[in-house]
Structures are given as structure tokens and as C-alpha cells.
Design a protein around this ligand. Sequence first.
Ligand code: GLN
Ligand code: ZN
Length: 756
Amino acid sequence: MASHQLSTAVLGFPRIGRRRELKVALEDLWRGKATEESLLATAKGLRERHWKQQQAAGITSIPSNDFSFYDQVLDALVLVGATPTRFGSGPVTLDRYFKMARNSNEQTAMEMTKWFDTNYHYLVPEWTSDLSFQPNTTKALGEFNEAKALGIHTRPVVIGPISLLLLGKSEDGTAPLSLLPQLLAVYTTILNDLHAAGADWIQIDEPHLVTDLEPAFVDAYKSAYETLAKLPVKLMLTTYFGALGDNLELATSLGTAGLHIDLVRAPEQLNDVAAKLAPEQILSLGVIEGRNIWLANLDALQTSLADVIRKLGPERVHLATSCSLLHTPYTTEEEHLLDPRIKSWLSFSQQKLEELAALAQGPDSAKDVFAENRKRNQDRLAAESSTNPAVRKALADLKDESFRRKDEYTARAMVQREELGLPLLPTTTIGSFPQTAEVRSKRAAHKKGHLSDAEYHDYLAKEITDCVRKQEAIGLDVLVHGEFERNDMVEYFGEHLAGFAFTENGWVQSYGSRCVKPPVIYGDVSRPAPMTIKWSSFARSVTDKPMKGMLTGPITILQWSFVRNDIPEKDTAWQIALALRGEVTDLEAAGIRIIQVDEPALREGLPLRRKDWQTYLDWAVKAFRLATTDVENGTQIHTHMCYCEFEDVLPSIAALDADVISMESARSKMEMLDAFKKHGYPNEIGPGVYDIHSPRVPSTAEMKSLLELALKVLRPDQVWVNPDCGLKTRQWPETTEALTNLVTAARDLRPSLQSA
Ligand code: GLN
Ligand code: ZN
């Protein structure tokens, strides 16, 4: 690499704070325990710290306007004056800002949805014809000037107009593109104002350039940037989370001063993009992973970049994080309990800044950093945990039969009907029962060592027995143990599997003040000992009713963890599946003849591009089948999903070949039935009839009418009766009442079906 030092850029920095200071400040304000002033002061302190941290690391382009009190998409709506009018008009106060973000007694908040394929959730813009579009640069300029006062020249970040339009949905039939002219006028003002305040570069995020675009949006990109790229301020057009693919020509021809591409997700696009670049256009290479926590391989990066740097010249190449660091935790320095060896393989935001800076300096100037990085990567590769020969052999030995039940559903159903002896419209729940404050405090006390194993065991035994008695009294047909021993449906399994590690402070923002701490899958996954047999068997032993075993599926465990990047994700999924397969057969051997394997995250894993869906769905479905097919015909496999948009993936859902699937449908009034009707679905289905997201108790009549809708489309012997999802966030009184109504609804409808 040339001795010339390259420029570096960070696309966004996490804002919640190293010790989640922003979370605390927000929640204090919401609870009325603190004032707005104290929140503002905390926020200002965090921004200062984060800017200085990046400056100290030697980053050239430090972002501003990447801070948010709740969500960057909501901020973008404030910036362009397009917040939903149902919350009022005029200047957006902090109070109104939070009303849009959070449900209150007076009003339902804006809808939230996942940010591309991450676990971050943004607020969905509501496009209506009455939006006024008024630029409001208070925040963007405020942050720019705040940094400037600290002597830090920043590159403001804004979401680009086309992605902003695509992120939202029309509420009144207004075509989002019809809003583009007004939006462009506002963007013009905003970009000019930032330029006037001293910003020479602006980062304009257009992540939709890595997605399938309709022709009208391709045209919209052209016309929008025709205007924006001409403005005096230089635009760094950023794309991330995938390859430009068929939008490559489009992205390179928009006339922006710079283009950023994600080389972690799509390293193969480098040469094509470089070849298409306009003369003098700067290429920003997203080489430091913003989505995962593994240390970079500096030597490999150095080698892979040498060519493009030579071709374009060092002035035209910037090195950057692949996307915003929003999706990675703060610093590994806060990890005191983690195995030091595993810790040495990790890189959180702070470490990523250092990697980026070292890479830009090159191996001659940053000799020590390169050497240390090399040593750590070699150690990770050589670690015994990275390759478990028994697991590798088991994967290599899989046969077609490993993915198939003994017989087809129809044959299995006959055996199951006979052996399980369930009535028509069998009633059950999704697994968890109320996690009361007591349950949580006992679990926490046990974890801290304040409650002995024996005491905790006795407590759980009592809770489970109570829960079983309550279900018996309600009259449910298939019971569950209640999941009281589980803090989280992924964490619980990770704690019992080899190959998983847990951080103390590896928090990432999920939405607003909510953060999650995903487990880290660092090695080959295996199951040293049974994970759920003890409590499932115990629950079974205290009742004559059928007891359902509860497991979290391989794809959900994968999706909600930080996954290792040294083997394909599919392999990790299948390793988890193999471990679960052992658990499933152990449950069966323990006499548990109904086993539910939850896959709420199956759909979340869908790639951003349609053309990539089938490959993913194929290995994901096989992972589920690997986990669930090694059982007798009489053992009934259930699965559960927390959504009902099935239309586009229904063949894959059917290919899971679960005997029974339960899903959310109460809120959408069984809308998903249309898809089932259209495509046909052979196995059994439990469309949720009880919306568990609020304490409201649905009446028997209400649930009966939902079931009647289902029975119009499905065979009577196909329908199960259950809530939308687990009941852990509910309280006992409303739960008992609602489930009693649910059982009554099923009982009321049975006679008419039997005679039919
Ligand atoms: N079995 C889990 C529960 O009942 C399922 C949760 C989920 O679908 N997210 O809590
Ligand atoms: Zn669910």
C-alpha cells in the first residue's frame, strides 16, 4: 500500500451510551423522575464523548446528526417537516416527539418495523396528502455546531429522500412518489443550510440502493440526485447491507461526489463498482463490519484493497465502517467476565475505530496493531472451540433421510389422533405464562447466588405445579410448563449449548430505550447435556393431560445472536439444529409426545433481495427439519410464528412439515387465511384468537366468530385454538379470564363440527 495515509469515515456511532446512560435518562423522563433539561444534558454529554472518542482514534470523517432520542427515521421526518398530522402540527416538542414514538393513553404511536435485516426497529413514516414539508434543521445544525464548538469538524448524516419515501407507507392512498417534489425542495434547503454552516461533506444514506427497486423509483433516484448532486455541498451517497447489484449503474451515475459501498456484506462488488465510478468520484469502502462483533482481518483487508487503491489513487479511496456502528456494542473494555481468549477475538465500536485507523495507516506505520491483530486472528482460527470434529462429522454424515419424518403428515396425523386422543378444536397456549415480578426476582436472586440451587428448584417446581393446576382448571387440552426458568427464549438455550458466550455489556439498541444483549456464537455448537428435559418431565409428572415440550428453533437462535463469520451461517444453523435434534429425541424418550419448536424469526432472516430468498429458505427449512424429524409418527411437532404475513413464503412454511403451526392472527382478523385458502395448506393450524399484546380480555363470542372464519377455510380437523403468542408479559387475572373464554369458544363450536 502506498505510504499515503487514507481518509477514514464512521457512518454512525451508537448513541445509547457505554453504560446505557441515554436509556436511563429517557426512562427517568418518561416516569416523571427527571426533567427535559437533564435528558438534554445527558444527550449532550454523550455526543461530546462519542465525537472525542472518534477524534482520538484518528477518524477523518466523524458523523453528526447520528444521535437520536428515539429513532433516526422519526428524526428525518422532523427534519423535513413530515411528521404525521394526527399528532398535531407546528414545532415538534420533545413531548410530541415521544407521543409519536410511544403509545400513550390518549393515542397509538406510529407503527414500528425492522430496519432492513437488522434487529433495530424504526418508526414507519405515514404518507398522507396533508403533510406540509417544512425544513427544520434545528437538530442537524445544532449537532454540527455543537461539535464545531468542540473543535471537531463533522460530516452530518441524513437519510436520503428516496429511501425515506420507501421506508414509509401510504395511509390515505397518496402515492409516496407524488411527495417527491415537495421533499426535494426541503432537502435542497437543508443541504444548503448545512453547507452554509460549514459542512463540506454530507453523508446521505440510501440503503434502498441495495434492494430490488421498481422502475418508478429508479427514475426517482435519477431525478432527485439530478437536483441534489448539483448543490455546492459534497454528497457521500452511502449504501449498505448488501451489494448494489442491478442498481450499480444507477448508483454510480447519480453524480454525487462520493459513493459508499458495503464490502463486508458484498466484497465481490469492489472491482465492478470501481470500474464504473465517475472520474474524480470518491469511493468509500465499508470494510470494518458494522453489524457484527468480530475483529477484522487487517492483513487480508490490506491485500484485498491494494489493487483499487493503486488504480484510483489514495486520494479517491476512503476506508469506512460498512454501515453505522449502531448495531454493535460500545467496547470490549467493559467485559470483565468474558473468557479473555474469546474477548481477544471481539471488536466492538471502540475497537473498530482503532482497526479502521490502523488500516488507513497501513502495516508499516501501524506495525504493532497489525501484528497483534494477526496474532489474535491466528489464535481464533486455531482454537479448539472453533472446530469440533464430532460436530463436523455429524454434519458431513447427514443423509436425505435426516431431514424427513418417517411418514407423511396424513399417515402421522392418524397415529397422533389415536394416540393423543385430543378433541376437535384442541386448545393450547404458546408456551410462556405470566413472568411475574416474583418469578423474575427469584431467577435474578439465583443467578446472583442469593438463592441456592435447591431453593430455586423448589420454587420452580411449585410455580410449574401451580401453572399446570391453573391450566387444568381452565380446561385446556394440551398443557405447557410455563417457561418460568427462562429469562429469554434464545439466551436460555445459548446458556446450555457449547459454542455460545455471553457478554456483560454487549448491548445494542433495538428501539427507543430498549436494548438487547445478543449471545455470541463463537465456536461449533453442540449440546453437552439435555436442556429442557428436567422441567418438561416434571410438568408432565404432575398431570394426566398431554404436556407440550418447548424449544426455540435453530433459525431464531441464529437470528437473535451474533453469529460467527468464519463459517457459513447455514453451517451454524445446522449445528444448532443438530443439537436441538438431540433434545427433541430426548423429550420424546421422556414421554413428551407433543413438542413445539418456535421459529418467530424465520421470516426476519429473509435476504433483502428476492433472488436470494429461496437459497435462504431452503437451508432454513432444512435446519428446522433437521431439528424435528427424528421422531416417531405419533410424536406431534408444533411450530410457532409471531406474524401472519405468509403469502410470499407459504410454500416454505408448508415445507417445514410441522404437524401443527400456531401464528398471530387475532389482530388482523384472520387475514392470513386468504393465503392458506389460495395455496392450500395440508397440516394443522392454530390461528391465534386472543391478542396477547394488551390486557384486554376478548369475549367468547369474539373468539368464536374468529374461529368460524377459520372454519370456513380450513377443515375442522385442521384447526387448533390458541392465543397469538406467549403470555409472559400478561398478568394472571386477565390471562385466566381470556383462556377460560377461549376454552368455552372451542367447546361451544365442537358439537356442530362433530355432526357435520
Ligand atoms: N414459546 C415462546 C413463548 O411463549 C414463544 C415466544 C415467541 O413467539 N416470541 O413465550
Ligand atoms: Zn409469538
